[in-house]
Design a protein around this ligand. Structure first.
Ligand code: COA
Length: 259
């Protein structure tokens, strides 16, 4: 595994991925993207890992966006091919296990977009978040024009994308761009607490919940409701559902296996 990315298993169930270019504010270059896809693939194949936490190394940045150095002299065709093959944002969104963005500082451009492709975002109070591509004569290319308006509304998304200005953690929390803001020194503990809670739930029910919630993005309401009902009914065939109901009736904690 390349050292631009660190991959650890915590408590046997939580996969922690750390982008490790702190001297470059964890900017995303080709090597990082490739290593990230590899780490996700390895954790996907590991049934013990039930939830992923994504963060950046150091105290300053989660991810300060795409590596701008790679933009110099890049050709449109190269750029398009790179974005089509192994699109990290789509891979994260469609990933079968929950992914939590642990946002520990600057969360800009592709960093903001990567966090939006995660299932939820927990941010330190020192976080600064934004889509500054307009300052480079660009627009967001990792889903920012699509996912940001869905999360915060068109007006706020247009303001952020047109001005390129960063907002602080508190405002990001207020507009729903991050789901929880915690003091920097408690960020890891709080994020891992949420991760451990999710890891204790039924993996197959988590996957059903994620697929049903994502279905709402591409389906009209009646079809989305049908999709949800189909998953709900299917879960009655799982050992986990049997275990969850039995554990409740027997007044004991459930032990879910994902079967
Ligand atoms: N791509 C490549 N390198 C980056 C980078 C990026 N997106 N963001 C930061 N870096 C590098 C800097 O070039 C600098 O490298 P150097 O020490 O070799 O010169 C290093 O990270 C530290 O950044 P610096 O700008 O000195 O830190 P700062 O605290 O003054 O500012 C930021 C931090 C994040 C506000 C600033 O680096 C920034 O605006 N980065 C670009 C953000 C951006 O536009 N992202 C969208 C890209 S599409």
């Amino acid at each position: 595994m390349s050292d631009v990315l660190l991959k650890e298993k915590l408590d046997g169930r939580v996969g922690l991925i750390t982008i490790n270019r702190p001297d470059k504010m964890n900017a995303l270059n080709g090597e990082v993207r490739c290593a990230l896809l590899g780490a996700l693939e390895a954790f996907r194949a590991d049934d013990d890992v039930r939830v992923i936490v994504l963060t950046g190394a150091g105290e300053k940045a989660f991810i300060a966006g795409a590596d701008i150095a790679e933009f110099k002299d890049a050709k449109p065709t190269q750029q398009y091919r790179a974005m089509q093959s192994g699109n990290i944002y789509s891979a994260m969104e469609a990933y079968p296990k929950p992914i939590i963005a642990m946002i520990n500082g600057y969360c800009l451009g592709g960093g903001c977009e990567l966090s939006m492709a995660c299932d939820m975002r927990i941010a330190s109070d020192r976080t600064r978040i934004g889509q500054p591509e307009i300052n480079l004569g660009l627009i967001p290319g990792g889903g920012g024009t699509q996912r940001l308006p869905r999360l915060v509304g068109e007006g706020r998304a247009m303001k952020m994308i047109y001005t390129g200005e960063m907002i602080g953690a508190e405002e990001a929390g207020r507009i729903g761009l991050v789901d929880e803001v915690v003091p920097a020194e408690q960020l890891r503990e709080r994020t891992l607490e949420i991760a451990r809670t999710i890891a204790s739930r039924s993996p197959i029910a988590l996957q059903a919940a994620k697929e049903s919630i994502l279905a709402a993005r591409r389906m009209p309401l009646d079809q989305g409701l049908q999709f949800e009902r189909a998953w709900f009914s299917l879960l009655f065939s799982t050992q986990d559902m049997d275990e969850g109901v039995s554990a409740f009736l027997e007044k004991r904690p459930a032990e879910f296996t994902g079967e």
